[in-house]
Design a protein around this ligand. Sequence first.
Ligand SMILES: Cc1cc2nc3c(=O)[nH]c(=O)nc-3n(C[C@H](O)[C@H](O)[C@H](O)COP(=O)(O)O)c2cc1C
Length: 323
Amino acid sequence: MDLLKTAAKKGAFLAPLAGISDLPFRLISRTQGCSLAYTEMISANGLVRETARTYEYLKMNIDDHPLGVQIFGADPQIMAEAAGIVADKGVDLIDINMGCPVRKVIKTGAGAVLLKDPALCARIIEAVKKAVSIPVTVKIRSGWNRSSINAVEIARIAEDCCADAVTVHARTADQGYSGKANWKIIAEVKKAVKIPVIGNGDIRQPLDVVKMLSETDCDAVMVGRGALGNPWIFKGINQLFNNQALDYLPTLKQRMEMIENHWKMEVKFLGLKVADKSFHKHILWYTKGLDNSHKFRENIGKLKKDEGLLQLLKDYFRSLEEA
Ligand SMILES: Cc1cc2nc3c(=O)[nH]c(=O)nc-3n(C[C@H](O)[C@H](O)[C@H](O)COP(=O)(O)O)c2cc1C
């Protein structure tokens, strides 16, 4: 799959992140060298029923490529129909969510609970593959829990059903997002299939990528939480890929400019109302670990809306520069 191989050589992928990997965040990540980005999981049912809110998650633009759109659902026919709708929007690939552990999702039979039903996984992947001509990737976990690790089995099924790649988030579903990712599972999957394997879990700094690639031999790496408030991680990864010295951490000025730019994009692409609600968390991530950030965080916590937020932010950064 040329698209994936080319992207894998260029840099790391941005993970699907609900409430986070929207158009502005994907564009920001791309400016720093992210070579392929995924939307957050989008309900196949919502797409087929044409729920307006669901379509909001499909916001993309010409600079937002290569783009993977992740869909979730439990019914092969609905998943196939949803994949067709998404493919018609001109996206680059479809990703099937088989790893979400959130109750709201698994109680519908979708997400990680599918790992318990390999036959249904096969039917879903087959149906989606049949419905579209663009590549289809599948994102799985190590297994449902410690006593049912079956990533290799599901990856083999994905390969048999002609999926173009498999992403392994090396945690079990019942781990949620805590505990350490067990990269050995990624290595096992890589040995078991010929399709590209994308490794995911616990890439927190650029050097982790080197470690993951050497320990697992995976074909590409995907970054999730390591990119929160830290899109520069993609820049560092690119530097390593190009045998350059690591020099990716931003100055205070660059950090402030990134935050302002991100805010402007949120307003431009999502509208002020949505930006007002959603940007707060990004500010907390961008300022995590900076001097006196607890005081600043306390102050922004007191704001009713994000009104005055940028001013507070500028004052805070000025105080950091003057210190
Ligand atoms: C807030 C949040 C939202 C997420 N949303 C999705 C999602 O929509 N689809 C998905 O497949 N995984 C989702 N994930 C999982 C990530 O894609 C990734 O697999 C996981 O965070 C492990 O990678 P990391 O250790 O680099 O964060 C989410 C994770 C977090 C923390």
